[in-house]
Design a binder for this molecule. Structure first.
Ligand code: C2E
Ligand code: CA
Ligand code: CA
Length: 542
């Protein structure tokens, strides 16, 4: 911008030059557009403060803003930027250039200045800029000074009609509580704060924040997006709004006005509009009545969303009964993370999509039955038939939200189907249906049974202190209890290949029980995999 070599100014130099910097616009704003990555339209912009000293050259916010904050000068600087933004919006409106809302940063020190809201209001009125073209960004760290203070500033801003953005969301300070307690209109997620990469833990954090924001009906802007890959990823988890170098660096006013003219605009909207009958805030709150009802008083149920354009489906929430009914030993996390289409073949997928479409049209409950192939660690592949009752509960553009009650009707279906099977198929199915499998963690003595164990023997998804509870309830008969406890000791010591015929359950049905071991890299036994096969007499087999 200037031909001067940039020299970082000392604290004293900054303080001395501050008045001039304000008066002669050495302190000014650059503008960074915010884009809807799905449509390419502009939804807003952020004003970012710069200081270009006539002699020392460009100074950067990370250097001078802390100095201004420390010396009580930030309030004046922030009001100066706010005024420049109002001046720009006024100019565009006068020149009939279509504008988008511009966000202005509010330092956390401005919170302590009781004049902040009244001061920006006075400036806004002076330039006669509609409040919808201005937004205020506060940072999470503002809450350090106490929630009451931030909360009252927020109320004040809202009372004048300003939308407020939570900047740097996820950078610290118990983010979840802040969202719950403060009335935030827009969330800004800086993806550079998310460690662990989008493929790993970071991705899980990002998608859960976006999902949560959806429940709060709060739009999310992803900040610091530099690559198409990350923008596409954000879009895939339901966050379309992008601010970052991928689309544009912060640019000077004249360039910004050109960008305004060259792009279409659209308003920013929450990803999800819920039907009025549901209070989304309460629905998300783990302690609310809605959640209580969802978890305890309804049958097996899930909430999922469906994109009618992309034909993608995403499970957002499941209750415990759902996990028990159709989870097949999968954890809630695994169910939510997986792509539901993976377990449906083409035919069953079409049946399901057809029912979804009917539910959208009828606005009523629609029912279907689909077969799913579920792969689990212990059971291997298992086919189950699920009856689903689907009802639409929310919608936004191509995205629809559904409430779905499920019932596992495999047994009923199989009974009917098996009658129709030929004899050979029947025998095959019979033999396979009589393998039971489970895994035992040799450190914690937690046992996880396969779905068949849960279904036929009523074993819970996790059995602690294995094998005692199963000895107690008679699945392992008392006369075999000590021998079986001995096996556990041997397994823990690394003895592989244990096998014996054991009469199981109070009915003393003979099963061929076998164990194999998994070891860690040091050769220490980690897990034991058990299986029990029904012993069938040769004469029965014929
Ligand atoms: P911020 O509010 O989080 O602003 C976003 C920062 O990310 C900006 O840095 C922006 O230039 C940068 N950025 C945008 N896209 C990308 C990208 O794709 N990759 C990377 N690596 N960075 C990107 P900037 O302009 O240096 O501002 C730094 C911080 O200074 C701001 O962070 C904000 O906290 C503060 N600041 C800036 N302007 C003002 C202001 O007017 N008032 C106050 N109080 N603070 C301001
Ligand atoms: Ca900001
Ligand atoms: Ca930020």
């Amino acid at each position: 911008m200037t031909g001067n070599p940039n020299k970082q100014m000392t604290e004293q130099e900054l303080i001395n030059c501050f008045e001039d910097a304000i008066n002669y616009d050495h302190i000014y704003a650059l503008y960074q557009p915010q884009i809807n990555h799905s449509t390419g339209r502009m939804v807003g912009a952020e004003a970012l403060m710069r200081w270009n000293h006539p002699l020392y050259g460009m100074q950067y916010p990370s250097d001078f803003i802390p100095v201004l904050e420390k010396n009580n000068l930030i309030f004046k600087a922030d009001l100066h930027i706010f005024e420049l933004v109002c001046r720009l919006q006024r100019k565009c409106i006068d020149e009939r250039i279509s504008v988008v809302p511009i966000s202005v940063n509010m330092s956390r020190y401005d919170i302590y200045n009781h004049d902040y809201v009244e001061s920006i209001e006075a400036i806004r009125k002076k330039y006669d800029v509609p409040v919808k073209y201005l937004r205020i960004e506060i940072t999470e760290s503002s809450a350090i000074g106490g929630m009451e203070l931030v909360s009252s500033v927020l109320d004040q801003l809202h009372s004048y009609g300003y939308l407020v953005e939570m900047d740097d969301f996820g950078s610290g300070y118990s983010s979840l509580n802040i969202l719950k307690d403060l009335n935030i209109d827009i969330i800004k997620l800086d993806i550079n704060f998310i460690t662990g990469g989008i493929g790993g833990r970071g991705g899980t954090i990002l998608s859960s924040v976006v999902r949560m924001a959806r429940w709060l009906e709060t739009p999310v802007i992803a900040e610091g997006v530099e690559t198409m890959e990350i923008a596409d990823y954000m879009k895939s988890i339901g966050c379309n709004y992008i601010q970052g170098y991928l689309y544009s660096k912060p640019i000077p006013e004249d360039e910004y006005i050109k960008t305004l003219g060259s792009l279409n605009h659209e308003p920013m909207e929450a990803e999800m509009r819920l039907l009025k009958t549901i209070d989304s805030g309460k629905f998300w709150d783990p302690e609310s009545m809605e959640t209580l009802i969802f978890s305890n008083f309804v049958g097996a149920a899930a909430i999922f969303s469906y994109d009618s354009e992309e034909k993608t489906i995403e499970i957002l929430r499941v209750n415990q009964k759902y996990i028990k009914e159709v989870g097949m030993g999968r954890t809630e996390k695994k169910i939510i993370k997986s792509d539901p289409w993976d377990i449906l073949d083409e035919n069953n997928k079409n049946i399901y999509i057809g029912t979804i479409k009917k539910a959208i049209q009828s606005n009523d409950e629609e029912e279907c039955e689909t077969w799913r192939t579920i792969c689990t660690n212990v059971c291997g592949e298992e086919k189950i038939c699920v009856k689903s009752n689907i009802r639409a509960i929310g919608t936004t553009g191509t995205r629809h939200l559904f409430y779905c009650m499920v019932q596992n009707i495999t047994k009923e279906k199989q009974n009917i189907d098996q009658l129709l099977e030929n004899e050979g198929r029947f025998k095959y199915a019979f033999e396979h249906a009589n393998v039971y499998a489970w895994e035992v963690d040799l450190n914690t003595w937690d046992m996880r049974p396969c779905f068949r164990c849960m279904r036929d023997l009523n074993v819970p998804p996790v059995v602690h202190n294995y094998p005692e509870p199963l000895i107690e309830n008679g699945i392992f008969p008392p006369d075999y209890a000590d021998m079986y406890r001995g096996w556990m000791e041997k397994l823990a010591q690394g003895m592989d290949g244990l096998e014996a015929i054991i009469p199981l359950t109070v009915g003393r049905i003979p099963f061929y029980v076998r164990y194999s071991l998994e070891y860690d890299e040091n050769g220490k036994p980690l897990k034991a995999y058990g299986s029990a096969t029904l012993v069938v007499d040769d004469k029965d087999k014929k």
